[in-house]
Design a protein around this ligand. Structure first.
Ligand SMILES: Cc1cc2nc3c(=O)[nH]c(=O)nc-3n(C[C@H](O)[C@H](O)[C@H](O)COP(=O)(O)OP(=O)(O)OC[C@H]3O[C@@H](n4cnc5c(N)ncnc54)[C@H](O)[C@@H]3O)c2cc1C
Length: 538
């Protein structure tokens, strides 16, 4: 027996699902949000361990013309702080303050690669051009979060003058879709310099997205109390508007023709509309299509085969440290959000050819050879270092500091090592290496001051949020994406072959991240609402 029937059920209580649920419960729809974990937030999540507050997923948020308009539209007040970024290579550290910091970035690169002055200037020229495009793209509050029927001032004074510039910019952006590594070979000969500019992006990131990061550094903000305050605020909004949230409930079957879901306890839930805001491979694997119209079934099977052939993008390894050293010691060195590369040599083939060879011939590799590769990988990598206490001092016990050090990591390697039976040993070896690389370079005071340490791997991410290949921003970048990847048609990204099922979140559009997850969450809610109203008015 179905438990109850809902106008819309949303599966996945990450930031996308929470957005959809908030937008559907606000106008009084009967809404149920189902989340498999005890808490909502997915990859936007904070937690406390031994008095230290940490962020489990994203370390700070970018507005991107989306988050603040969404909060304003929903009437949510969120106390936020600017999250200042620092960039560092070897002993050179730059604090990104404003647009003029780009000149300091140029000086930093020239100091490290004096022989590449011309190439650096070329790269900077492109970054500047992209920053101008970003100013247009994020230049106004995203119209999706505005009431265009009532807010005539916005339409006349902002939207209409912006549209032609937007269309022009989209054309420019679409011309810069080639993988950043490939693009950089056309303007930079020095392989180390190329790596240093691009190695902290996901493999094959489209050039436009990768080189727009300087703009994004200026856009980062941090909710007081941790990034988890954003999902918490949305959750409160949903409950306040009468929406229901059911946690610790995993959906294991979708029976599409009956509009029915089943959870791990065999409880059924009936919907008019379903918004799937979780891993898309899972949706396609668990959906029963018997009884659907043959045309829809065929389209569904085509989509399914496309989705299952593709894989999730890069994952991360994150080391969490409780340190017996005051925040001031770290503040003197860098801001609380810090992209640091201990060596200017660059990862080169370590993270490509050598890793691919290792993965393809894993059986032939001795443990000691893998650990030797790990020495290089950790010594040459770029790290995202986050110190929540430098953004909000209330997030640490007095006189102490919590640090998160992370780098991109290959899911397949962790998977093979787990199967080979030495995952715990590998994690410990990896933790030791990251710790010694960072204490031998930028934070010497880390040595001997660690009170507690633990880490999350790509496998933990897969396990916790059910993300294929432990991906943190949806699909891997490849020539043919299984979902929409053009901003001008982003509203179509939420459609699936089954009219009553919508998709939202990091798997629905590429490239993704928090802002696009929120945007698709809202777009899916709009479509579901329209559908319900149409149906009820019949
Ligand atoms: C370390 C790190 C750094 C990042 N940095 C950035 C950044 O700088 N900028 C940026 O924009 N983005 C960043 N991201 C990515 C960003 O956090 C994610 O892309 C975004 O939060 C995805 O949100 P989502 O709601 O689409 O998916 P998720 O957060 O994955 O939410 C999906 C939810 O669905 C639930 N679920 C899954 N399967 C089921 C099921 N069968 N039944 C019920 N529930 C289910 C999961 O438990 C989860 O809560 C980062 C992520 C990480 C981990």
């Amino acid at each position: 027996m179905p438990e109850s029937k809902y106008d819309t059920i949303i599966v996945g209580g990450g930031i996308a699902g929470l957005t959809s649920a908030a937008y559907l419960s606000a106008p009084g729809q009967k809404v149920l949000l189902i989340e498999k974990n005890r808490e909502c937030g997915g990859l936007v999540n904070s937690f406390i361990r031994d008095g230290f507050h940490f962020d489990a997923g994203v370390r700070a948020l970018e507005d991107a013309g989306i988050i603040f308009p969404m909060l304003k539209d929903l009437g949510i007040n969120l106390d936020v702080i600017k999250s200042k970024v620092s960039l560092g290579i070897e002993n050179e550290i730059l604090h990104v303050e404003d647009l003029s910091s780009l000149l300091k970035y140029r000086e930093l690169l020239i100091k490290l690669y004096p022989e590449c002055k011309g190439e650096i200037d070329e790269v900077l020229k492109v970054i500047r051009k992209i920053m101008k495009h970003m100013d247009v793209l994020y230049g106004i509050e995203n119209p999706v979060f505005k009431d265009l029927k009532r807010d005539r001032t916005f339409v006349l004074k902002k939207l209409l003058p912006w549209l032609p510039r937007f269309i022009f910019t989209v054309g420019k952006i679409n011309n810069m879709n080639m993988p950043v590594e490939e693009y950089l070979t056309t303007i930079v000969k020095n392989t180390s310099l190329r790596d240093i500019i691009s190695q902290h992006f996901f493999k094959n990131t489209p050039t436009f997205f990768a080189l727009s990061y300087f703009s994004l550094y200026l856009d980062y903000f941090y909710p007081k109390g941790g990034v988890g305050k954003l999902p918490e605020a949305l959750k409160n909004k949903i409950l306040e508007c009468g929406g229901e949230i059911k946690t610790e409930t995993k959906i294991i079957e979708v029976i599409a023709d009956k509009c029915l879901l089943k959870d791990q306890n065999n409880i059924s839930y009936k919907y008019d509309n379903l918004i799937w805001a979780a891993d898309l491979k899972t949706l396609y694997k668990i959906t029963e299509t018997e009884g659907l119209l043959p045309k829809i079934k065929t389209l569904f099977e085509e989509s399914k085969s496309k989705m299952l052939k593709n894989r999730g993008g890069d994952s991360v390894f994150s080391l969490f440290l409780g340190v017996d050293e005051p925040l001031e010691s770290f503040r003197k060195i860098a801001n609380g959000h810090f992209f640091y590369t201990p060596s200017k040599i660059g990862l080169g083939e370590t993270h490509r050819g050598e890793l691919n060879y290792l993965l393809a011939n894993f059986e032939k590799f001795e443990k000691v050879q893998i650990l030797t590769w790990l020495d290089k990988f950790t010594g040459l990598n770029t790290y995202e270092i986050s110190i929540p206490g430098l953004k909000d001092p209330e997030l640490v016990p007095p006189g102490k500091t919590g640090i998160i050090i992370s780098s991109l990591a290959e899911y397949d390697l962790f998977n093979l090592i787990q199967k080979a039976g030495w995952l715990d040993e590998f994690i410990s070896e990896l933790e030791n290496r990251v710790l010694s690389v960072i204490s031998d370079s930028v934070y010497p005071m880390l040595k001997d001051k660690i009170i507690s340490r633990f880490s999350f791997t790509p496998l933990s991410i897969e396990n916790r949020v059910g993300s294929s290949e432990g991906a943190i921003t949806g699909w891997a970048f490849q020539k043919s994406m299984p979902v929409i990847n053009k901003i001008q048609i982003s509203d179509r990204s939420v459609l699936t072959p089954v009219p009553s099922i919508y998709q939202a979140g990091q798997w629905a559009y590429s490239p993704a991240g928090v802002p696009m997850s929120i945007l698709t969450g809202k777009l899916a809610a709009d479509k579901a609402l329209k559908q319900i109203r149409k149906f009820k008015n019949r």
